[in-house]
Design a protein. Structure first.
Length: 369
């Protein structure tokens, strides 16, 4: 999307034809820094350390990581090593394994001498497919926003709450949860976004607020615990969040705190939608709460905070007493019963196996492989 009028994507193949550029999201919102990935290991570290993050972008980065690996060693052993290096970078977003499986399926059958070129071609396809899918999500989600706007009085706005960052920074472009918001904004529909800060990594405060602001979308950053109050007072028309993995039964894994937001929405009859591209559907998992692996990250993400001082310096400070134990679960799972609908590129679906299977039969086949 736009950054001060200039169009950007979150990841791209550089002009040299082989290295990979990516916005270093750890530096936002205070610094806009572009990283250059030149090896498979660079791609794996970028995913693990959240230089890039967000399920679809993790998948795109892994795809280019395989292409970088094929430049280094396109043998069968090199292909296996690259897959194994990348697939363990983070455990929860299924898009990582999806992209690696897609790359492996394209590369195993061909001569090793052809693999590097083929890998970049397939990675480029995955990147362009993500953008197209998100445009589809935008159009399908827009209908929900338009239906709410139709019931509003002149001059009123549609208030959308979102959690974490499921914006264009979490994908290649457009985002998932934000895609309908950007399209509504571009169509002149007055939307306002309540942006959950999303402790401890603050993807909302640091990333969603940054991208919405640079694209000119009205928004307000709120502490994570505010959403329930806003819903009780009729200040949220709908919630739209992203997801890292949707189980076959419609359970939704997303950033920690999503489940609590869904409970508040359910209690206040606020529609709670989840936006996702079909690669995020995992038919191999039948019970999301029981079976989706929940990443636990470093306690330092909870004990420390980084910000900009009054004189412009970036500093990290400790906010938890030395010696206090810390737990840092990065995701939770919202049961399907709390989800109003799944906004996909093929329509808004009921969060259940029948709807998912009917819309995306190819995802069932993939899970069976
Ligand atoms: C469009 S997927 C975005 C999804 O990914 C985020 O997790 P992380 O920032 O840790 O990669 C979060 O769960 C978002 O909803």
């Amino acid at each position: 999307m736009k950054v001060d009028g200039k169009h950007f994507r979150s990841i791209w193949r550089e002009r040299d034809g082989w290295s990979v550029g990516a916005i270093d999201q750890r530096r936002l919102p205070h610094e806009f820094v572009v990283a250059r990935l030149i090896s498979c290991e660079d791609a794996a570290v970028a995913i693990r350390d959240m230089l890039v993050r967000g399920a679809p972008l993790i998948g795109a980065t892994a795809a280019y990581g395989m292409a970088l690996a094929m430049r280094e060693d396109s043998s069968d052993a090199g292909l296996k090593r690259a897959y194994e290096t990348l697939v363990v970078a983070r455990p929860t977003a299924i898009n990582l394994k999806w992209a690696l499986d897609e790359m492996r399926a394209a590369l195993v059958p061909i001569d090793p001498v052809e693999r590097a070129e083929a890998a970049y071609a397939r990675a480029d396809e995955i990147v362009e497919q993500d953008v197209e899918i998100n445009r589809g999500i935008a159009g399908n989600g827009l209908k929900l926003i338009e239906a709410i706007m139709a019931k509003k009085k002149p001059g009123e706005v549609v208030n959308v709450l979102t959690h974490c960052n499921a914006g264009w920074l979490a994908t290649v472009d457009w985002g998932t949860a934000t895609a309908p918001i950007y399209l509504a904004h571009e169509r002149g529909i007055k939307v306002h976004v309540w942006v959950d800060e999303t402790r401890p990594r603050n993807q909302g405060a640091s990333l969603t607020a940054w991208e919405l602001g640079h694209h000119g979308v009205p928004h307000t950053v709120i502490p994570d615990n505010t959403g329930g109050h806003l819903m009780q007072h009729g200040m949220v028309d709908l919630a739209i969040v992203g997801t890292d993995r949707v189980a076959a039964n419609g359970d939704v894994c997303n950033k920690i705190g999503t489940y609590l937001k869904a409970l508040a929405a359910h209690d206040n009859n606020v529609p709670f939608y989840v936006a996702l591209p079909s690669p995020t559907i995992d038919f191999a998992v039948n019970d999301g709460i029981r079976d989706i692996p929940i990443e636990q990250r470093s306690g330092a993400e909870v004990t420390d905070m980084t910000g900009r001082t009054a004189d412009g310096r970036l500093e990290t400070v400790r906010i938890v007493p030395e010696g206090s134990p810390v737990a840092n679960y990065a995701f939770d799972v919202t049961p399907a019963r709390l989800v109003t609908g799944l906004i996909t590129e093929r329509g808004v679906l009921k969060p259940d196996r029948a709807a998912l299977a009917a819309a995306f039969p190819e995802r069932i086949a993939a899970a069976a492989e």
